[in-house]
Design a protein around this ligand. Structure first.
Ligand SMILES: *Cc1c(COP(=O)(O)O)cnc(C)c1O
Length: 358
């Protein structure tokens, strides 16, 4: 039985996409083989790869002076690859610390560049700093931030103004969740396993003029220019993850694209936060203007009931609601593949649980 899977990542995929992959598993494209068993350089797979890129470009309206890379190593590898590819050894770079993932990006970047922390929201990371609190160094090669912090559930409601300094964004948990003006960014990266497809793939969208300056010692397979020149086929890419991501992009187009998803995601988040706010039994501590649409955290008034809540939710087909171990409580991840019906089922369960135990 399919359940409503609120996992933060690897996360739920659209049922239709999984069904298509199942139907094509043994005999893909009429070749009598799985897509996993064919050459990445063969005509059939190259078409999959090109279509995936074209569909992503269309969905996000990626301007033609940006390259789209399909890489490995996850978003975490990009924490090092961004400075290695974009910043010289004597550079300064600006970073905003809004939580777990931006902090990790800062720690890694410090191995390659002088990091100036332009703002630090401070643990337990319950708000994002407004533009007025961003203290730019004035000499940064780029400005890095994490639009959505997956663990504490805080999200920027605005795109920072950096006065011409290229914006670099870790969009692992928010890419494709709402419309975005890509031209405001120098580089966007996102691990696939939250809002795109299976793990093992990370997507990088980078403005052409920013690549080609990788520092000496950058491994060739991680050199953005080399990867771009070889259409992400410098070596064997994660073909199955690429194929699955392509199916998800086609599904997104059928859903009406990012504008339609954004509308739905707004409604999903509002419905769950609304239920939390109107109850004295549940609480969300995040500042209202910083609340994530993708990762909604909440606590129970009595934490002794946490495990009962999780057990009964799982029995009701609502899975993976346990909050991150550093925060405790609950977290419901509402990525694109989570239908409104899943949120409604969760809200109904929460009301019933409160009625019985509140
Ligand atoms: C999940 C996540 C990461 C880490 O992704 P990996 O692919 O596991 O390296 C980084 N940043 C954000 C915002 C995430 O949500």
């Amino acid at each position: 039985m399919r359940v409503f899977n609120f996992s933060p990542g690897p996360a739920a995929l659209p049922k239709e996409v999984l069904e298509q992959a199942r139907d094509e598993m043994l005999d893909w494209n009429g070749g009598g083989m799985s897509v996993m068993e064919v050459s990445h350089r063969g005509k059939a797979f190259v078409r999959v790869a090109e279509e995936a890129e074209a569909d992503l470009r269309e969905l996000m309206a990626v301007p033609s002076n940006y390259r789209v890379l399909f890489q490995q190593g996850g978003a975490s590898a990009q924490f090092a690859l961004v400075p290695m590819n974009l910043a010289a050894a004597d550079s300064t770079t600006d970073y905003v610390n809004t939580g777990h993932w931006s902090h990790k990006a800062i720690l890694e970047a410090r191995n390659y560049t002088t990091v100036h922390v332009a703002a630090d929201a401070g643990a337990p990371y319950l708000r994002v700093p407004p533009q007025s609190e961003l203290n730019l160094s004035g000499r940064a090669t780029y400005f890095h931030y994490t639009p959505n912090e997956t663990i504490s559930g805080v999200e920027f409601g605005y795109v920072p103004q950096t006065g011409g300094v290229p914006l670099v964004a870790d969009m692992s948990s928010s890419i494709l969740s709402r419309p975005l003006d890509v031209s405001r960014f120098g580089l966007i990266y996102a691990g696939a396993q939250k809002n795109i497809g299976p793990s093992g793939l990370v997507i990088v969208i980078v403005r052409e003029d920013l690549i080609g300056h990788a520092r000496a010692g950058t491994p060739l397979v991680f050199n953005y220019k080399a990867v771009a020149d070889d259409h992400s086929m410098l070596n064997t890419p994660p073909t199955f993850a690429w194929y699955m991501s392509g199916l998800v992009f086609k599904w997104l187009k059928r859903q009406g694209g990012v504008a339609a998803m954004g509308g739905r995601n707004r409604v999903k988040a509002a419905r769950l936060y609304g239920a939390i706010d109107e109850s004295a039994f549940y609480a969300n501590p995040v500042a209202k203007d910083s609340r994530s649409w993708m990762n909604v955290t909440f606590t129970l008034a009595n934490p002794a009931l946490d495990s009962l809540f999780l057990d009964q939710a799982a029995d009701a087909g609502l899975k993976n609601l346990k909050g991150h171990r550093v925060l405790g409580g609950m977290r419901a991840s509402l990525y694109n593949a989570m239908p409104l019906a899943g949120v409604d089922a969760l809200v109904a369960f929460m009301r019933e649980f409160e009625r019985r135990h509140g």
